[in-house]
Structure formats: structure tokens, C-alpha cells
Design a protein around this ligand. Structure first.
Ligand code: ZN
Length: 102
């Protein structure tokens, strides 16, 4: 693993996010599902309220892990005063997941 690779998400950044954000595992009763019955949203972050919601019923552990990484990234950039995009966060989520779990 290259030194630069670790910069995507550090343990300090994860600690900083969970020290400031309220993480709630909750129902997503109105979650939109696509035609393959795959939910569109597994998580939602309300940055202004420092609130992270995760769908408590995501069946797949991989999807649950990716939802955590995804919402932590949004929160991290918010705390750092940086702008992010959905596309960038999705790409980084995949990279981080691959680095952690292979
Ligand atoms: Zn997002």
C-alpha cells in the first residue's frame, strides 16, 4: 500500500466525524427501489444538522460497510470545509472499500 493511498480516509478523520456527527440506524420506509428492487439510498447525511442516517435493513454487509464509508466521506469533507460531489464520493468509497477489504 502506497503512502498516498492512506490519505483517502484516515482513522483520525473517522474519529472526528463520529465525535461530531450523530449516527442513526433507522428505517428507510420510503426508500426508492429501482426495477431490480435495489434501494437507491442506503444512507443519508444532513450536513447542517450533523446527522447521518443509515438504513437499518440493508441486507448485505458489503453494502452496509460502503454506506458507512460513503456517509463518512461526505461528513469528513463538510468538517474540512471542502466541496464534494456524489460521483467523487462514490468513486472514493469503492477505492477505500477495496483497500480495506480487498
Ligand atoms: Zn452521497
Amino acid at each position: 500500500m502506497k503512502e498516498k493511498d492512506l490519505d483517502l480516509l484516515t482513522l483520525k478523520e473517522v474519529v472526528d466525524v463520529f465525535a461530531e456527527f450523530d449516527l442513526r440506524h433507522t428505517d428507510f420506509p420510503h426508500n426508492y427501489k429501482d426495477d431490480k428492487k435495489i434501494p437507491k439510498y442506503n444512507g443519508l447525511t444532513i450536513l447542517e444538522k450533523k446527522l447521518i442516517y443509515l438504513d437499518k435493513d440493508i441486507p448485505d454487509i458489503i453494502d452496509r460497510r460502503k454506506a458507512v464509508i460513503h456517509e463518512v466521506l461526505h461528513s469528513k469533507y463538510f468538517l474540512q470545509g471542502k466541496k464534494d460531489t456524489e460521483r467523487q464520493v462514490e468513486k472514493e468509497t469503492e477505492e477505500i472499500y477495496k483497500k480495506i477489504y480487498g
